[in-house]
Design a protein around this ligand. Structure first.
Ligand SMILES: Nc1ncnc2c1ncn2[C@@H]1O[C@H](COP(=O)(O)OP(=O)(O)OP(=O)(O)O)[C@@H](O)[C@H]1O
Length: 652
């Protein structure tokens, strides 16, 4: 079966990733514990992955486009397809946010009164040792360890009221004098039971062995008044047995990026881990940011991350990699995850939504109601597909899509060298470590999502939780879900009545050739009027701020595209005002460009946290005009292209 699946994947393969040498894998954080790789559907060093073919392959040299934008094996969707109407939950997420911000019936508790649960520690096998000596931790999902980062007069840099609300925490608690001490781990949080999780992962396509929470320490799970479970984790809180030869710490620079981006993603309507607060420890941490042998002392910091769970694909992979003895742990962990995080699957019965639960792959029926693990992986595959489609929609490039950075809940996790597209470039990677092969570049994210699902499926398959047919089905559902959502998102971004692959393909090609700013282009596009009488030489006026320095030939290409676009709009019958409002609700005006982050970092490193807090406020309303804050929508200035601003390495 493995070879059959590999063959079916390579059938679509257009690209290959040069295999990376160990040198590029993790910089100084290569695992000293490279345990046996878990069985893999694709060889871990496999170069062939499927290609979704969404973007022009070489933006600088436009190629004639293939007749279809997407593989024919995917069904076409239109705006009125069921998946569009029921499932494009960018809106539902923003609706939830609006409700949250109204603060209806909000419970406000002190830190001491939060309701804790410790299901992870209670229900899963733990490490009998509690020391932080670097070591392989066998037959266990976690090690109990306490935060140990040194602090000296820690300071609260920023906080999120909306995360406090998730936890039922009174926002006044942020003002407590001991708050920075508690959230730097120097004072214990009453009710917490800290531990570090054991996980492994494929990094840059190669099995890296045991990784684990090397600098993140979970305090426990909070149960809120809606019976939701929220895990609290301090990132940068000191060494654990999973720290290998690193220090267990985080610096202010990377912590500001993680804090701001996770909260921005939430406001964009993209599933993500959250951040309650960011504390500066008052101690310095040495970092060799450019691997040039010139380490610099940087202020240390700790982010308190919050998510329903921080389980990753690698959390299951590590146990499968350890052979027979630990395969039971894969099952135990899967049972735990389904029970607490996918309860609808636990309670699934044949009578429920049969159309969803019964599918077909390779001509045979797959009945998800007869195997909860199959239903689970299908949902994980679909959540991942939906997540990646939304990233593509806003131009987010994660930068390190290793399997240890793939959340089993379909959340964006680990904000390291991420970047939002400025000038549209499908081959953009924000990660200098990724430069040789651009494995994790913007255009490759959909394929990498599938590659990672294949690794996860092979883990469940090794533990005999799913069979070959179910594996194939999960992967097929990834593709279908991704294309459905991606097409729906692009259709809405352009304000079209239905998906038009030629028009979108031509647009992306034009944008790549002229390096057009991805965010500002789509925002301005809503100013184009559905009026066929507009004179040719006025057609590009609404886009002039983003079509910079283009010659006569390119002007003609753009004019021709706008003419076709206007024809489509005219045929739709939607009013200009309605279309603009709808487009502006999916095309953000404000995104967390790397240079904006850097300005906030520069000020914070000088002791001024105002810009971090202002940026948070702006990014909490990305779709609103926010008059007076126009400067946060500006294109990157020249200094943004200096090393370390638009591009970063993995290790930060
Ligand atoms: N300074 C550090 N000290 C100890 N371990 C580290 C450090 N930096 C990274 N690691 C570990 O290296 C591995 C990969 O690092 P990566 O940058 O993906 O993770 P991270 O940003 O630390 O954590 P997360 O994935 O939880 O956001 C993880 O196991 C991580 O815990």
């Amino acid at each position: 079966m493995l070879s059959q699946l590999s063959a079916s994947l390579s059938h679509y393969s257009l690209s290959s990733f040069p295999s990376l040498t160990a040198l590029f894998l993790r910089g100084p954080l290569l695992s000293p514990f490279p345990s046996k790789p878990p069985p893999s559907l694709l060889s871990s060093t496999s170069k062939s992955i499927r290609k979704f073919r969404l973007y022009p392959s070489n933006p600088h040299k436009p190629q004639p486009r293939p007749s279809s934008l997407v593989s024919n094996s995917y069904r076409e969707v239109s705006m009125d397809s069921p998946s569009m109407n029921t499932d494009l939950s960018v809106e539902s997420v923003t609706d939830d946010l609006k409700k949250q911000s109204l603060g209806e019936g909000r419970v406000k508790l002190n830190l001491e009164d939060l309701t804790w649960d410790h299901s992870f520690v209670r229900e899963l096998p733990g490490d009998p040792r509690t020391d932080t000596m670097p070591r392989e931790v066998l037959h266990a999902c976690y090690t109990k360890v306490s935060p140990s980062a040194e602090v000296e007069n820690p300071q609260l840099v920023a906080w999120s009221d909306s995360v406090a609300e998730l936890l039922d925490l009174d926002p006044k608690e942020f003002e407590r004098p001991d708050f920075p001490l508690i959230f730097s781990g120097a004072s214990p949080l009453v009710g917490g039971m800290p531990y570090a999780q054991c996980y492994g992962g494929h990094q840059f396509g190669m099995w890296a062995g045991q990784l684990g929470d090397g600098r993140a320490i979970t305090l426990g799970e909070i149960l809120n008044s809606k019976s939701e479970r929220w895990e609290l984790q301090l990132k940068g809180a000191g060494k654990t047995p999973y720290s290998r030869f690193a220090d267990g710490l985080a610096v202010l620079r990377s912590s500001i990026r993680e804090f701001l981006c996770s909260e921005s993603m939430q406001s964009l309507g993209i599933p993500t881990t959250r951040a309650l607060c960011l504390v500066m420890t008052g101690k310095y941490v040495s970092r060799d940011m450019f691997y040039d042998g010139n380490p610099k002392d940087e202020p240390g910091a700790i982010v308190c991350r919050v998510a329903q769970s921080f389980l990753r694909f690698g959390s299951y992979q590590i146990h499968a990699s350890r052979g027979k003895e630990d395969l039971d742990i894969v099952r135990t962990l899967a049972d735990y995850t389904i029970k607490h995080h996918f309860p609808h699957i636990e309670n699934m019965s044949k009578s429920e939504s049969l159309s969803f639960n019964i599918g077909e792959v390779d001509g045979s029926v797959v009945d998800l109601t007869s195997n909860k693990y199959a239903a689970w992986i299908v949902e994980v595959a679909e959540r991942t597909a939906s997540l990646v489609a939304r990233w593509q929609g806003v131009g987010f490039t994660h930068g390190v899509l290793n399997t240890d950075n793939m959340s089993v809940l379909g959340l964006t996790i680990d904000y390291g060298p991420f970047g939002f597209l400025d000038a549209f470039d499908p081959s953009y990677t924000p990660n200098t470590t990724d430069l040789p092969g651009r494995r994790y570049c913007f255009a490759n994210q959909p394929d990498i999502g599938l590659w990672n699902i294949a690794q996860f499926a092979s883990t469940l398959s090794a533990a005999q939780l799913i069979n070959d047919k179910e594996t194939n089905y999960a992967m097929e559902r990834y593709g279908t879900k991704f294309m459905d959502e991606y097409q729906a998102i692009m259709t809405r971004k352009l304000g079209l009545p239905k998906y038009n692959k030629q028009l979108i393909s031509k647009l992306l090609n034009n944008m790549a050739v002229d390096k057009v700013d991805y965010t500002n282009f789509f925002r301005l596009l809503s100013n184009i009027k559905a009026d066929p009488s507009i004179p040719e030489d006025e057609l590009l006026i609404p886009l002039k701020a983003v079509l910079l320095d283009i010659g006569k030939e390119r002007k003609e290409a753009w004019t021709s595209w706008v003419q076709t676009y206007i024809q489509e709009l005219c045929a739709s019958g939607i009013s200009n005002e309605d279309r603009k409002a709808s487009m502006n609700s999916v095309n953000p005006k404000y995104i967390l460009r790397n240079y904006l982050c850097q300005s906030a970092i520069d000020a914070a490193e000088q002791g001024d946290f105002g810009e971090v807090r202002r940026l948070l406020k702006v990014m909490q309303r990305p779709y609103d005009e926010q008059p007076g804050l126009q400067k946060y929508a500006r294109l990157p200035p020249a200094w943004a292209y200096r090393p370390g601003v638009c591009m970063l390495s993995c290790s930060s």
